[in-house]
Write a protein that binds this ligand. Structure first.
Ligand SMILES: Cc1ncc(COP(=O)(O)O)c(C=O)c1O
Length: 420
C-alpha cells in the first residue's frame, strides 16, 4: 500500500484490501469473500470477531474499565489470572506462575531465554533444525528457518540440533542430542535451555513424536537444562489439546503462549514458568505494553471454550476429516511428497516451491486463503479456525484437492516469478 515498506509480505501473498471479517470468512472491499485457512498465522483459533468475545470488549469499554496501566494491578488482570488457573492449569495439574512480557510472541522468547540464562548462569541455548521463534535478535538467532537473516543477527550462542525426523525416520536424533551434550570432546557447552515447538509451524509442519519429547524431557531434567516449549503457534488447542505437549504427558519448565491466547487477534503474550524459576527482580524485564487489558478481557471470554471438552472433541473429529480428505492426494498427485499434521494444523509438502506457491495463489483467486511454509516454502499450510463450520471446512478442503490435482504450471517464466 502507499508508502508501505517493501518488507510487507502477506500483502503480497494475499493481494486484496480486506474490509470485514466474521468467523472463517474475510471480505474484501469489492465484497469478495475468502474462506480463511490461515487464521492470522494461528492467531484466530476462534475465528474473526467472535460475537461472544466482541461483546466482552464492548462492555469492557462501555464501563470505562482501565485499558492501559502498564503492569499495575487491575481487576481484569486479576480475573484473567484466576480464570486461567481455574480453567487451564488446575485441571491439568500444572503449577506455573505467569509472566507478561511485551505483547508479541518474540517478546516471550526473549524474556524466557534471558531468565534461563539468569537461572542457570549459562549462555548457550539449544534449538532445533527448521525452528522458528520470532524476528527479534535472540529469537531470530534461535530460528533455523531464517539462516539468511542470521547474517544480520549472528547466532553464536545457539547450538542447533536435528529435530525429530530431520535425519530420516530411522535415525534417532535424541541419542545424537544426548551424546553431543554429554560426551567429552563433542565441542558443545552445556546449554542453559533447550527451546522447541512440539510441532514446527513455520518450519513445515514437522511433528515431534511423543517418545522423543518424553526422552528429551527426562534427559533435560537429568542434566539441569531448562525445557522451554514455544506453544505460540501450537498452543490454545491448535494440535487438539489446549497445550501441544499434553499428548506426550511432559511438563516443560517454561511454556510460551501468544497468538490465540487473546482469542480475538489482539496482542498478548505469556510465559508460564515453574515457581522456583521466578527469580526476577521487579522491573528486571519490562516493557510498556504488558498485560494488554483489552486482550485480557477477550482472553477470559475465550477460556470459556475450554470449560468443557466439546471444542477438543470437535478438533479431533475435524482432524480425522482433514486426514481422510488430504491423504488421497499422496496417491493421486505426483506433486505431493507428504501429508502430515495433527489436530487442525496440517501441511501438504509439494515437490517444489513453485508448485506450493502456485497452488496457494490459485486458491486465493478461487476464494481460499492458505499460506506456504517450510524453509523453502514447499509446504501448503492448513490452519483453519478451530471453530470453522463443517460446511466451510469441507469446501476449503475440496478447493485444495481440486487445485492440487489440476495444477499445471503455465510457463517457465511464471515458475520463476512464483519461486521468488
Ligand atoms: C512458534 C513461534 N514462535 C514465535 C513466533 C513469533 O511471534 P510474533 O510474530 O508474535 O513475534 C511465531 C510467529 O509466527 C511462532 O510461530
Amino acid at each position: 500500500m502507499l508508502n508501505e515498506s517493501n518488507v510487507n509480505s502477506y500483502g503480497k501473498s494475499f493481494p486484496a484490501i480486506f474490509d470485514t471479517a466474521q468467523g472463517e470468512i474475510l471480505t474484501d472491499h469489492h465484497g469478495r469473500k475468502y474462506i480463511d485457512f490461515f487464521s492470522g498465522a494461528g492467531t484466530l483459533n476462534y475465528g474473526h470477531n467472535h460475537p461472544k468475545l466482541k461483546q466482552e470488549i464492548l462492555s469492557f469499554l462501555e464501563y470505562n474499565h482501565v485499558v492501559h496501566c502498564l503492569d499495575m494491578d487491575s481487576s481484569i488482570k486479576s480475573r484473567f489470572l484466576k480464570t486461567f488457573d481455574e480453567v487451564i492449569l488446575q485441571p491439568r495439574g500444572l503449577q506455573y506462575k505467569v509472566q507478561f512480557p511485551g505483547p508479541t510472541g518474540t517478546n516471550a522468547v526473549e524474556a524466557a531465554v534471558k531468565l534461563a540464562r539468569k537461572v542457570t548462569g549459562r549462555r548457550k541455548i539449544a534449538a532445533f533444525t527448521r525452528s522458528f521463534h520470532g524476528m527479534t535478535a535472540t529469537s531470530l538467532a534461535l530460528s533455523a528457518c531464517c539462516t539468511e537473516n542470521h547474517k544480520m543477527n549472528p547466532s553464536q550462542d545457539t547450538i542447533f540440533f536435528p529435530f525429530d525426523g530431520f535425519l530420516g525416520e530411522d535415525t534417532d536424533t535424541c541419542t545424537f542430542f544426548e551424546r553431543m551434550i554429554t560426551a567429552s570432546g563433542s565441542g558443545i557447552e552445556l546449554p542453559a535451555a533447550v527451546i522447541l515447538e512440539t510441532v514446527q509451524g513455520e518450519g513445515g509442519i514437522n511433528i515431534a513424536g511423543n517418545k522423543w519429547l518424553q526422552r528429551l524431557r527426562n534427559f533435560t531434567v537429568e542434566k539441569g537444562i531448562l525445557l522451554i516449549v514455544d506453544d505460540i503457534q501450537t498452543g490454545c488447542g491448535r494440535t487438539g489439546r489446549f497445550f501441544s505437549f499434553e499428548r506426550a504427558g511432559i511438563v516443560p519448565d517454561m511454556v510460551l503462549l501468544s497468538k490465540s491466547i487473546s482469542g480475538f487477534g489482539l496482542p498478548l503474550s505469556l510465559i508460564l514458568l515453574k515457581p522456583e524459576l521466578d527469580i526476577w527482580k521487579p522491573g528486571e524485564h519490562n516493557g510498556t505494553f504488558r498485560s494488554n487489558n483489552l486482550a485480557l478481557c477477550t482472553a477470559i471470554g475465550a477460556l470459556d471454550f475450554w470449560r468443557t471438552n466439546s471444542l477438543e472433541k470437535s478438533i479431533l473429529s475435524n482432524a480425522t476429516l482433514i486426514a481422510d480428505k488430504l491423504n488421497r492426494l499422496l496417491n493421486e498427485s505426483p506433486l505431493v511428497i507428504a501429508v502430515r499434521g495433527i489436530g487442525m494444523m496440517w501441511g501438504i509438502e509439494m515437490e517444489s516451491t513453485a508448485a506450493a506457491k502456485g497452488i496457494s495463489s490459485e486458491l486465493f483467486r478461487k476464494g481460499l486463503m492458505i499460506e506456504v511454509c517450510g524453509p523453502e516454502d514447499t509446504v501448503l499450510k492448513i490452519l483453519p479456525p478451530l471453530t470453522i463450520t463443517p460446511h466451510y471446512l469441507e469446501e476449503g478442503l475440496n478447493l485444495i484437492i481440486n487445485a492440487v490435482l489440476h495444477y499445471v504450471p503455465h510457463s517457465v517464466e511464471e515458475l520463476k516469478v512464483l519461486a521468488v
